[in-house]
Design a protein around this ligand. Structure first.
Ligand code: PEP
Ligand code: MN
Length: 264
């Protein structure tokens, strides 16, 4: 179902405030974690100002360590929803557990399946039975065929509103970057499938100083959108502060991204 062979046209996903895929370019931004209502509102204002139509934020966090902040849970989803509604944006948030699909679905416009859950087949099947769009993030050790097959698990349930996110993979040298942004996978994924391909430069770069240029590389190679982490006080962020763009950095990146997009 995901293959171009049987479905030559691009999939265009329509949400309340966004068109994703085809000739559209979609900016998505927000904090790694929802921290409080006041904070997520502030970040929504920054995201909106930069041209984002989708507000991202995690309330259920797949942290590497069980002792790290795990997210605010359902109260966090309420804050995220409220902030997005106030600014006329869509919500993108991670669902980690098939038992949470129904509950998270009450608040979100787009489910995020995180890299660590890319092959959680029961979770994929569960979101595949909903009619809510899904952003499927590439696992850190997943091949192109692995992620296309994972997307197929969602589509097989009837939900073909899928976007694929390249967020960097593990390579032999991730000393200076958190992961290696596989920019070359973007046109490959677009050739093989009709789903929108989104680039996440934040989890690839891992360090703020490299995020903008990886983002722009993603735009230049033809991604349908970007998903970027932002924070006004990265040193005190609940998660992923080291890779957050500050408001002025996000604005500058977004301006360049839209300018480059108009050329490709
Ligand atoms: C995130 O988006 O904050 C996240 C945890 O992403 P990934 O699954 O790509 O690591
Ligand atoms: Mn993050």
């Amino acid at each position: 179902q995901g293959s171009r062979v049987f479905h030559p046209e691009d999939t265009v996903i329509e949400t309340a405030h966004s068109l994703i895929g085809g000739d559209n370019f979609t900016m998505m931004a927000g904090p790694c974690s929802v921290e409080s209502l006041a904070h997520v509102r502030k970040m929504a204002a920054v995201a909106k100002q930069g041209g984002a139509t989708v507000l991202r934020g995690g309330a259920f966090k797949p942290r590497t360590s069980p002792y790290s902040f795990q997210g605010l849970g359902e109260p966090g989803l309420k804050f995220l929803r409220q902030a997005a509604d106030e600014f006329g944006m869509d919500v993108l948030t991670e669902v980690m557990d098939e038992d949470h699909v129904e509950m998270v679905g009450k608040y979100t416009d787009i489910f995020q399946i995180g890299a660590r859950n890319m092959q959680n087949f029961s979770l994929l099947k569960a979101v595949g039975k909903t009619n809510i769009p899904v952003m499927l993030k590439r696992g850190m050790s997943a091949t192109v065929d692995d992620i296309l097959n994972a997307a197929e698990y969602i589509a097989a349930g009837g939900n073909e509103q899928i976007m694929i996110a390249e967020r960097g993979i593990r390579t032999f040298d991730n000393k200076y970057t958190r992961n290696t942004l596989d920019v070359g996978s973007v046109p490959v994924l677009q050739k093989l499938s009709h789903y929108p391909v989104i680039v996440d430069p934040s989890h690839a770069a891992g360090h703020t100083e490299f995020v903008t240029r990886e983002a722009l590389a993603g735009v230049a190679i033809g991604a349908s959108g970007l998903v970027v982490e932002i924070h006004d006080d990265p040193a005190h962020a609940f998660s992923d502060g080291a890779q957050a763009l500050k408001p002025d950095e996000f604005q500058a990146m977004a301006d360049k991204a839209f300018a480059i997009r108009s050329l490709v």
